[in-house]
Design a protein around this ligand. Sequence first.
Ligand code: UT7
Length: 363
Amino acid sequence: MATEIIATGKAVPARRVTNDDLARGEWIAATKIDTNDEWIRSHTGIGARHIADEDTAASDLALEAAKQALVMAVGWDGTGNGAASREAAIAETALTLDFIIIATVTPDFLGCPSTACIVQDKIGAKNAAAMDITAGCTGFVYGLETAAGLLSINKGRKRALVIGADVLTKVANWNDRGTCVLFGDGSGAVVVEKTGNPSEGPGKRGLLRTILGADGSGTEYLINRRGGTRNPWKTGEIVDIPPHLEMDGRAVYNFAVKAVTETISRLLAEEGASSGAALTFNDLAWIVPHQANARIVQAAGKRLGIPEEKFFLNIEEYANTSAASIPIALDEMNRGGKLHKGDLILTVGFGGGLTYGGNLIVW
Ligand code: UT7
């Protein structure tokens, strides 16, 4: 029994803001940032980001990504395939879902209700349980493993929708040029299904292995201090700056390079040991890293002797979309014909918590 990704989808806001736009203060009248394209590109690889408007929340982007994945899952091609319309195809497929998991650090509401419940209602997935996962930018990696676990222990359950959705620009401190230029908004979604294919041995398919880890001693390195029960808003308090992410960039950078390096090495070594045939990066079609900073990926690649072309990077267009970055990349690769049946791919993420992890998948 394998857990396979059978469909993908993505959504990013229409508003595209380049590094130059930020420096000129042209994306929002009040905010001119003391930065420039050269600094952002050379330090991060970011060229642009997509920024949600005031009325767009995480669930709106998650909903659109989910719809795209559901349409792909049912194979609706605009001409029929059983469903009368795109909406009908979405509604039909939604009813086949057993779980909806959304990884996010920017939910519509603080704690309750979950963003997953909002999406569950909007797509009409009446048979699905729904919950959010908070694991920072590693959230999608956690979500995939959680879905696979839930499907494997529930005999009658077959399908899950796993989404990464974040609207980090709403929790960015636009007065801190060291962080605000890094973020973008978006969502990526996958439909995963329990299939009759083997998950090990010859012809193995789907999610083969996952590493999940955390280092809570690094909570201070990436933190949104206000609004939770540790530090709630007080009656009458005057707020001069909205809740926002604070980051120790250097500390996260060091953690990230180590996390990426070790996760890739461990996934290959552990899968090789269990299957009895050593695996190297040459066996991988792609490594799909969390898109936080191209320099992190380059540094990890250099340590492991892995050429840059092995890593799929789209950070130049989307910046850091947190839990959405890996599923957005998967959707772009999938729709762009970069993924072929049988390809071995490795995802690797890191982020607030601190957390890290990776999945090894036969596509
Ligand atoms: O999803 C996980 C989330 N976070 C991450 O992965 C972030 C990990 N960390 C990083 O990617 C890097 O640490 C950053 C990109 C955030 C920063 O790069 P850095 O090379 O560590 O720069 P720095 O913070 O040491 O700053 C170097 C200089 C400073 O100027 P001085 O003091 O040397 O004169 C900063 O003030 O660059 C300046 N600077 C900027 N200049 C222009 C910082 N931000 C900017 C900016 N534009 N946006």
